[in-house]
Write a protein that binds this ligand. Structure first.
Ligand code: ADP
Ligand code: MG
Length: 539
């Protein structure tokens, strides 16, 4: 994808500023390629899909060429329909925001011809019209072709489909020899090529094709998720695949910031990259990413474009990209240099249609996958741990520890029991069965959430009033054991033998794990996520 900055192109400051005001951050590929060629005076055949900015591709160089002090017609643009003629003239007017004395007049059927005649008589350097009406004005001599220097056929394929071929030819033969002819179209047919052969001089052919996937080693999957389960989904996948470097794409700066905060809150080494960051900050983030201090880089498309990192294991589309080309660009971040890579896309509801478009354009299959369950996460972590043990055995240097084992064996413990006990200690952290109730976020969540709001999860604690427990004891214990501030907690409902506490979802893990060995009033307590049906019955 080739994108120039408008500032770096040979464009007057007035138009450059207007373009920036229009919110264009950089030139689209057709603009990047066509504008310089048009500025050199070349005839052009410009081909690119609808919506790729063809109007400005001819509009900018066209308007730059207009002599403001000459009131005569200098550029004529033919469009297939009245709506398109109006659209193009509106875009031209925006481009002219900081330029004076250039008049743009649209002319089309359906509008009283007298008004158009009046407008043309005042002098218009640029006329944008439909072929029928333009011919009409030509015959009336309200449009004089002798001074036209630039002739533009916009949406040529549509004009031919609508049967304007003869009209177009009638108009084109009236234009003086010495002029530039530009033709823009989403598709090219033999008929269009016929016209270009007759009316263009050695045209440069600028074709922007949607990039196809050139990295077949990328495995692409999508997950059907809900907006509010995206974070859980992301962290689970990361926990299972344990990428060294992952890149996560969001569609806006705000979403980048929010996600980075949530990930950091869960203890991941994540940083964000987007257009609001100063160069020095960006450099710092990239430095960290390269030297492995961060494992997850969250970015917008524009911010990610400049970066060059080779060994990204997984690319996440946290949001489905708006543009098919962005998708290709995003996932092209992984699987470089012959390595294998994975691309995971989160898809919410109807976004599946957008994803299907992407599949069609990229001619690839993006396969649906189920999110890893918590037991998958556990299994994966266990496997990794066992691999580590094998590695340790193979690399030796264990004498000191062998001595410890022998000490225990001298006390008549069996080697297998000692090993098992050690594994139990090490793997205890991995066990996640307390969270089993959150097991499958692929499916209906209605059973998962208790509490006052979706942000809260209700937990159950097996001690209550009878044990003389007060709300502040619970707040204290959770603050101490799980590091969760009391003000973050929601409602605390004390019953005789048990208590419900509403915990913010992002702290759930911390609370469940932290409270595992906690005591309140010197009594060991057990904490688990409250089941919804249980809550109802109990309340
Ligand atoms: P096409 O003629 O190729 O179908 P348009 O010229 O109508 O495309 O442009 C489609 C949309 O993209 C318009 O809303 C236009 O304002 C916008 N656009 C054009 N160029 C850029 C750019 N460089 N950056 C962002 N948006 C752009
Ligand atoms: Mg167009």
């Amino acid at each position: 994808m080739e994108h120039f900055k408008f500032e770096d192109m040979n464009i007057s400051p007035e138009i450059c500023q207007a373009v920036l005001d229009m919110g264009f951050e950089e030139a689209t590929p057709i603009q990047s390629q066509a504008i310089p060629l048009i500025q050199q005076g070349r005839d052009i055949i410009g081909q690119s899909q609808t919506g790729t900015g063809k109007t400005a591709a001819f509009g900018i160089p066209c308007l730059e060429r207009i002599q403001a002090d000459d009131r005569r017609l200098q550029a004529l643009i033919l469009c297939p329909t009245r709506e398109l003629a109006i659209q193009v003239s509106e875009e031209f007017r925006k481009l002219l925001k900081y330029k004076e004395n250039i008049r743009v007049v649209p002319i089309y059927g359906g509008q009283p011809i007298d008004r158009q005649i009046l407008a043309l008589k005042k002098g218009a350097q640029v006329v944008i019209g439909t072929p029928g009406r333009v011919m009409d004005h030509m015959r009336r001599r309200t449009l004089k072709m002798e001074t036209v220097q630039m002739m533009i056929l916009d949406e040529a394929d549509e004009m031919l489909d609508m049967g304007f071929r003869e009209d177009i030819e009638t108009i084109l033969v009236k234009i003086p020899e010495d002029h530039q002819t530009l033709l823009f179209s989403a598709t090219l047919s033999p008929e269009i090529l016929d016209i270009t052969k007759r009316f263009q001089k050695d045209p440069a052919y600028v074709k922007i094709v949607r990039k196809e996937l050139t990295v077949p080693s990328i495995e692409q999957y999508y997950f059907d998720v809900r907006e509010k389960t995206k974070l859980e989904a992301l962290t689970r996948i990361i926990d299972v695949y344990m990428p060294n470097l992952a890149m996560v794409f969001c569609n806006t700066k705000k979403r980048v910031d929010d996600l980075v905060e949530s990930l950091q809150g869960r203890g991941y080494f994540a940083e964000g990259l987007h257009g609001d960051l100063k160069q020095a900050q960006r450099d710092k983030v990239m430095q960290k990413f390269r030297n492995g201090t961060i494992e997850i880089l969250v970015a917008t498309d524009v911010a990610a474009r400049g970066i060059d990192v080779d060994d990204i294991d997984i690319v996440f589309n946290y949001d489905v990209p708006q543009d098919e080309e962005y998708y290709v660009h995003r996932i092209g971040r992984t699987g470089r240099a012959g390595r294998s890579g994975k691309a995971f896309t989160f898809c919410v509801g109807k976004e599946i249609y957008k994803l299907r478009d992407i599949m069609r354009y990229t001619k690839t299959k993006i396969v649906q996958q189920k999110l890893p369950t918590l037991s998958d996460v556990e299994e994966m972590k266990t496997n990794i741990f066992l691999e580590k043990i094998k590695d340790s055995i193979q690399s030796g240097g264990l004498t000191k520890y062998v001595n410890l084992v022998e000490r225990l064996m001298d006390e008549d413990f069996a080697a297998i029991d000692i090993a098992a006990a050690l594994l139990k200690h090490n793997l205890a952290d991995v066990r996640t069965d307390d969270l089993d109730v959150l097991e499958d976020i692929n499916c209906d969540e209605t059973n998962l959430y208790g509490g006052d709001s979706e942000k809260m999860v209700r937990i159950f604690l097996n001690a209550g009033k009878k044990q003389k427990i007060r709300a502040k004891d619970i707040v204290g214990a959770i603050a101490n054991e799980a590091g969760v501030p009391g003000k973050a907690l929601g409602a605390i409902d004390l019953f005789d033998d048990y208590t419900f506490v509403d915990v913010p979802r992002e702290y759930l893990r911390d609370v469940i794990h932290g409270m595992k060995h906690a005591k309140i009033k010197n009594k060991k307590v057990h904490v688990e996520v409250a089941k919804k049906d249980k809550q109802k019955k109990k309340r």
